[in-house]
Design a protein around this ligand. Structure first.
Ligand SMILES: CC(C)(COP(=O)(O)OP(=O)(O)OC[C@H]1O[C@@H](n2cnc3c(N)ncnc32)[C@H](O)[C@@H]1OP(=O)(O)O)[C@@H](O)C(=O)NCCC(=O)NCCS
Length: 345
C-alpha cells in the first residue's frame, strides 16, 4: 500500500465525494448528496481540504475553512477544521495524524469545538491548548417536539408517535423583551451584512469570529433541504447587533438553531433583546425546539433568563505555532467549521 496526499480539486472531487458519503452515512438521494457536496466544499471560499489516496481510491480526508477572528484589537486569520475521517480499514496506520499535522504546518492558528472521542484524545497530545467549555442551551417550545426528541433518543423512527399530541400545545413561548431604551428597529435581511470593521469594533472579546457577508451568503445559498436561514439586524441608538439562525426540518419536526449572535455593545439588556426577539421570530417560522451554543457569559445569561435550559457543554481547542495562550472572554458559537449544518435531514 502506498499512500499519497493531495488537496481537493476538480479532478479528485468525485473520489472525495464517494469517501464523504461513507462518513456522512445518510440515506440521501444521489442528487441531494451531489448538491450538498458542491455547496459545502466547492462553492465555499477559503475552504481547503486535504485528502489521502491509496492509488485512485480516496481513503481519508480533513476539511478546513479560514475565517477572520477579532483577537482583542487585532484581526487574526484562524483555520477551522471539519470532516476528519479515515476509512475503517485504513485506521491506525498514521494517516489521520498525517492529515492533521499537514494542516498544523499551515501558517494560521487553528480552532476546534467539540469533536469526537478521537479528537478530544488526539488534540491535547498534539499540544493543542484547551479553551475551556462552550455551553449549549435549548428551548423546548412545542409539547409534540419534546415528546418527539425523547422518543427518537430511545429509538430512531419512534418519533412519529408524537403526532398524537396536538400541535397547538405550547410549553414555552418567551416574552418579547423590548430594546434597552426607547426606539429600536429590527430588520430581517440577507442583502445587508455589516462590514468587517463594524464587527471588529463590536467586541472586547479575546477571540470572536467575524461574520462577513460572504459567510452569510454562502449559508443562505445552501440546498433548501438543509434549512432556511434567518438573519436579523438590531438597531438601537448607537448600538447594533445581529443574529443568524436556521430553521431545519428534522425527523422530530421543525427545529431552529441560533448559529450566532453579535453586538457592538453586548450588555445584558442588548443580549436579552436579541435572544428574545430572535426566539420569537423562529417560533413564528414554525420552530418547535430551539438550540443555541455560546461561550460568552452575557449571552448565556440572556438565554437562561429567557427560559432556555442548559444542555451538554463541549470543549474547545486551540493550536498556534507560537503556542501563545488566548486569555480573556471568548465568543464562540456554532459559526465554526461545519457546526451550523445538521446531518439529520
Ligand atoms: C479520527 C480518525 C480520522 C483518525 O484516523 P487514523 O488514520 O485512524 O489515525 P492515526 O492512525 O493517524 O492515529 C490514530 C491515533 O488516534 C487515536 N484514535 C483514533 N481513533 C480514536 C478514538 N475513537 N478514540 C480515541 N483515540 C483514537 C489512536 O489511539 C491513535 O493513537 P496511537 O497511534 O497512539 O494509538 C479516524 O479514527 C476516524 O475516521 N474516526 C471516525 C471519525 C471521527 O471520529 N472523526 C473525528 C471527528 S470529525
Amino acid at each position: 500500500m502506498s499512500i499519497s496526499f493531495a488537496t481537493l480539486n476538480g479532478a479528485n472531487a468525485e473520489a472525495a465525494r464517494s469517501l464523504l458519503e461513507r462518513f456522512w452515512h445518510q440515506p440521501w438521494s444521489a442528487d441531494f448528496t451531489q448538491r450538498f457536496f458542491a455547496w459545502r466544499y466547492l462553492e465555499r471560499s477559503n475552504c481547503e481540504v486535504l485528502l489521502a489516496f491509496d492509488g485512485d481510491r480516496c481513503v481519508a480526508t480533513l476539511g478546513s475553512v479560514v475565517r477572520g477572528y477579532a483577537n482583542s484589537e487585532n484581526l487574526l486569520h484562524v483555520r477551522e477544521t471539519f470532516d476528519w475521517f479515515c476509512l475503517p480499514e485504513y485506521r491506525q496506520l498514521g494517516i489521520g495524524l498525517r492529515l492533521i499535522k499537514q494542516m498544523m504546518d499551515k501558517p494560521e492558528p487553528m480552532i476546534v469545538i467539540g469533536g469526537t472521542a478521537a479528537t478530544r484524545t488526539l488534540l491535547p497530545r498534539l499540544r493543542w491548548r484547551s479553551l475551556g467549555q462552550v455551553e449549549n442551551h435549548f428551548l423546548p417550545v412545542s409539547g409534540r417536539m419534546v415528546a418527539a426528541f425523547a422518543l427518537r433518543k430511545m429509538r430512531s423512527g419512534s418519533e412519529r408517535f408524537s403526532r398524537a399530541i396536538p400541535k397547538i400545545l405550547k410549553i414555552r413561548r418567551p416574552a418579547r423583551i423590548a430594546a434597552p431604551r426607547g426606539s429600536a428597529q429590527v430588520t430581517a435581511s440577507l442583502t445587508e451584512v455589516p462590514n468587517e470593521s463594524f464587527l471588529c469594533k463590536s467586541v472586547g472579546y479575546a477571540l470572536a469570529p467575524i461574520i462577513d457577508r460572504r459567510a452569510v451568503e454562502w449559508l443562505a445559498r445552501g440546498p433548501a433541504e438543509v434549512g432556511k436561514v434567518l438573519t436579523l439586524f438590531f438597531r438601537h441608538q448607537e448600538m447594533s447587533g445581529m443574529s443568524l439562525s436556521r430553521v431545519e426540518n428534522r425527523p422530530e419536526g421543525p427545529t431552529a438553531k441560533i448559529m450566532h449572535i453579535q453586538s457592538s455593545d453586548m450588555t445584558p439588556e442588548m443580549a436579552d433583546w436579541i435572544v428574545s426577539e430572535t426566539s420569537n421570530r423562529l417560533i413564528d417560522c414554525g420552530a418547535g425546539f430551539i438550540f443555541c451554543r455560546a461561550s460568552c457569559p452575557i449571552i448565556n445569561g440572556a438565554l437562561r433568563r429567557i427560559g432556555y435550559l442548559p444542555g451538554r457543554k463541549v470543549p474547545a481547542f486551540w493550536w498556534s505555532h507560537d503556542a501563545a495562550p488566548i486569555s480573556g472572554m471568548l465568543h464562540l458559537t456554532r459559526m465554526i467549521g461545519d457546526d451550523s449544518i445538521d446531518f439529520v435531514l
